[in-house]
Design a protein around this ligand. Structure first.
Ligand code: GRF
Length: 207
């Protein structure tokens, strides 16, 4: 069983989509820590209901080094970012180099980086006139949304789409993609190349 820390800030629907598959035994892993900047968010309530320890970060009591130590002391194998709106401190990114994943609600690298979050991603995709958006899972490094892409699912853009329509269509795909990638990770189905870039087994293809 792999041990995961999940970082969230809001509703945590991606977190729950992964946790559901752990509860049903489809993902051989467990969430051992939930890190959040907002301990009142729905995802934190859900974690407490499931007896998952909730850690507040950023917090006056917790330095970046203390957070990295906490994650290591909990023997976390991977960090899963699922709608965490704060910057993950460099100490943590370094301590879990190549072992921190994020999901982004749009195609990367074109619609990622500073300012591309939430509804803004979907507005930008619609404004660009592209025919497809995407849900994208990538490895986190020290630059926002720039780490190597592990997997992405294309999401069609329809005539007359609003950012909200597109957002909900992308989110549906996120709920398929993220558990699939985390499952592959927990089953050691992702082979890591020498240069640190991952190689996905064909079984992970969703469509
Ligand atoms: C998702 O759209 C994800 O792509 C982005 O933040 C959102 C989190 O949504 N990183 P939820 O809290 O999982 O519902």
């Amino acid at each position: 069983m792999k041990r995961l820390a999940v970082f969230v800030s809001g509703g945590g629907s991606n977190f729950r989509s992964i946790h559901d598959k752990m509860l049903s035994g489809e993902i051989p892993g467990e969430v051992v820590l939930l890190v959040t900047n907002n301990t009142e968010c729905a995802a934190a309530d859900y974690a407490r209901e499931h007896r998952i320890e909730v850690v507040k970060y950023p917090d006056a009591e917790m330095t970046p080094a203390m957070l990295a130590e906490k994650l290591q002391a909990a023997n976390c194998d991977y960090i899963i970012l699922a709608g965490y709106i704060k910057l993950v401190p460099a100490e943590v990114v370094r301590a879990f180099s190549g072992k921190t994943l994020n999901i982004h609600p749009g195609p990367l690298p074109d619609f990622g980086g500073k300012g591309y979050y939430g509804i803004r991603v979907h507005e930008a995709v619609l404004a660009s006139g592209r025919k497809y958006s995407a849900a994208t899972v990538h490895i986190v490094d020290e630059v926002y949304d720039r780490g190597p892409i592990l997997a992405a699912v294309k999401v069609p853009v329809f005539e007359g789409d609003t950012p909200q329509n597109l957002a909900s269509r992308v989110l549906k795909q996120e709920h398929r993609l993220y558990p699939a990638v985390v499952g592959a990770l927990c089953r050691d189905e992702i082979a890591w190349e020498f240069d640190g870039s991952p190689k996905i087994e064909p079984s992970l293809k969703l469509d």
